[in-house]
Ligand binder design. Structure first.
Ligand SMILES: [Zn+2]
Length: 222
């Protein structure tokens, strides 16, 4: 490979983040998998507000979420953010999200384990949420990355539903949220919903700051 090829590989993705097709960030076939839904979920741990997923935790959705989270594919914030934006638009069209004209939509990324996020070069959910806000512009959309885990939260992979609830219980911290009085709709955003434990605790923690969450939206439901 020549110098130009090596440089190009640094800048351009070598393969589709969903199916590994060469030479593209995100191929049309995988694009269709992120343009599904959203479908209504019934999480085992009820967050107390409607929860939605673009689709199941399979295929291109699963591959993309894992690549963004575990393999540092920052470029996948674009297709994932576009998927969030499309799902939000559809929920609004269906009347599932009540957002009057000129109302402010606030998107709150779910918390991520800080050390894990740093080692991956940032928080992939927050990055995708910022892309979603850009896509929805000029709609008034605000991104409020105010949630974080307290010390002691473990990786939840392999934990039972009850253990997941105990893992995050009272361990989601909320930074002061500015201007919530102006926000007419608040949506909590995450990449994957497994039991709903994180979503439920996030909704509870935000309520403690007088922030009422209207809906939960994820890319994939496990
Ligand atoms: Zn693909």
């Amino acid at each position: 490979m020549g110098v130009l090829g090596a440089l190009t590989d640094l800048v351009l993705p070598r393969e589709c983040g969903g199916c590994a097709a060469p030479g593209t960030l995100w191929c049309p076939r995988c694009g269709a998998e992120l343009a599904d839904g959203p479908v209504r979920l019934t999480p085992r741990v009820d967050p107390g507000v409607p929860a939605w997923a673009v689709g199941g935790y399979s295929g291109a959705r699963r591959t993309a979420v894992l690549a963004a989270k575990e393999r540092g594919r920052r470029d996948l914030a674009r297709p994932l953010g576009e998927a969030f934006a499309l799902a939000l638009t559809r929920l609004r069209e269906r009347g599932e999200i009540d957002l009057p004209e000129l109302a402010v939509l606030t998107l709150v990324p779910a918390p991520t384990r800080a050390r894990a996020a740093r080692s991956r070069g940032g928080d992939p959910v927050a990055r995708a949420v910022r892309v979603a806000a850009d896509v929805l512009a000029p709609e008034p959309v605000r991104v409020a990355p105010v949630l974080k885990y307290a010390r002691g939260v473990r990786d939840s992979v392999g934990l039972s539903a009850r253990a997941r609830v105990e893992n995050v219980s009272r361990r989601i911290l909320v930074a002061p949220v500015e201007g919530t009085g102006r926000s007419d709709c608040v949506v909590l955003i995450d990449d994957v919903l497994t039991t709903g434990a994180t979503a439920a605790e996030s909704v509870r923690a935000l309520a403690g700051r007088e922030v009422r969450v209207d809906a939960v939206l994820v890319i994939a439901a496990a």
